[in-house]
Ligand binder design. Structure first.
Ligand code: SF4
Length: 334
């Protein structure tokens, strides 16, 4: 297993299969920037499913056991289940997860993904208040259709469904308790995410961040909760359980309680670049090696070499970090 310069093993690979999305969430892909004229990747620039599976196999050789499919919105890539089936056939892959906004997650699609090999699914839903949600996704998409997608995932056996909520001050921070209440006792896990300065376009300000302890406090004031041990080294969300047995929630505190020390995540962009951090500036071109005819040992050595020299810990040094042109989250997945 490849280990980086801070002793962190390479274990998780997040694969962005497209840089396009059918939402324009203001904290990720603001419409003003990602409009009609935005230069999204051309089809020829995208890795094919065969190329993704080939690279994934080489990452598995270097230690990866968990794969998460992201975007943009991954379900915009047609027949994604075909890619899932390819990844599920790779010896050493123990877990395949998908992050989606739910807009294209029908009952049929959920069953097809499950059948192909998806084990876990995360659906983003920033508010139950239709007006707030439509404002945040900025394409007027209704809450009801995302709730239906969550039900479809549950019917397909992709449980517990994780529901991701990016919490932004004066936007949806008033909905935290209602969101917790809606999924208490359902077995699903709501994960509240501190608003992050991802990319360069969301106009991030510290004062718009609702700290993890405040989120925990507002929920704990209604239903007593206690922290729970992580399920595994490198788990992103801090776990909290309801004392009355109604399940658990998660809080992702990249801004106020960074967790870089246990970050085991590599990211592969849809055009085949390896990124070592969500807040990285540049990626390492693996597609060029692949399409240039490099053999597996050469590509694996490139992955290993990049990981070995990895010292990224942006969230821990955010305040004093030298400002750089960061990659957009929609280009590498969250
Ligand atoms: S900031 Fe970078 S190194 Fe830190 S947890 Fe996030 S992705 Fe990992």
């Amino acid at each position: 297993m490849a280990v980086d310069s801070l002793g962190r093993p390479l274990r998780d690979l997040r694969i962005s299969v497209t840089d396009r999305c059918n939402f324009r969430c203001t904290y990720c892909m603001p419409k003003e920037v990602f409009g009609r004229d935005f230069a999204f990747l051309d089809r020829a620039e995208l890795l094919s499913f065969e190329e993704i599976a080939h690279l994934a196999q080489l990452f598995v050789r270097e230690g990866v056991t968990k794969i998460r499919l992201t975007g943009g919105e991954p379900l915009l890539r047609r027949d994604l289940e075909r890619l899932v089936a390819m990844l599920a056939r790779i010896r050493g892959v123990q877990d395949i997860a998908l992050t989606t906004n739910g807009a294209l997650l029908t009952r049929e699609k959920a069953f097809a993904l499950r059948e192909a090999g998806v084990n876990r699914i995360t659906v983003s839903l920033d508010s139950l208040d239709d007006a707030v949600f439509r404002r945040m996704n900025d394409v007027n998409f209704p809450v009801a259709r995302v709730l239906a997608a969550i039900d479809a995932a549950a019917e397909a056996g992709l449980t517990p469904v994780k529901i991701d909520v990016v919490v932004k001050r004066s936007e949806n921070d008033g909905d935290i308790v209602e969101m917790a209440h809606r999924f208490r006792g359902t077995g699903h896990i709501v994960r509240f995410i501190e608003y992050m300065d991802v990319g360069n376009t969301n106009g991030w300000r510290m004062e718009d961040v609702v700290p993890a302890r405040e989120i925990a406090g507002s929920i704990g004031a209604h239903w007593p909760i206690e922290p729970v041990e992580a399920n595994y080294f490198g788990e992103v969300a801090e776990r909290w359980r309801y004392l009355d047995g109604a399940g658990e929630i998660g809080i992702i505190s990249s801004v106020t309680q960074p967790f870089c020390g246990s970050c085991t995540r590599a990211r592969l962009s849809a055009d085949g670049k390896l990124y070592l951090c969500l807040f990285a500036g540049t990626g390492h071109d693996l597609r060029g090696l692949l399409r240039g005819g490099a053999d597996d040992e050469t590509i694996a050595a490139a992955i290993r070499g990049r990981w070995h020299s990895r010292d990224d810990r942006y969230s821990e040094i955010r305040a004093e970090a030298t400002p750089i042109e960061k990659v957009e989250m929609s280009h590498i997945g969250g």
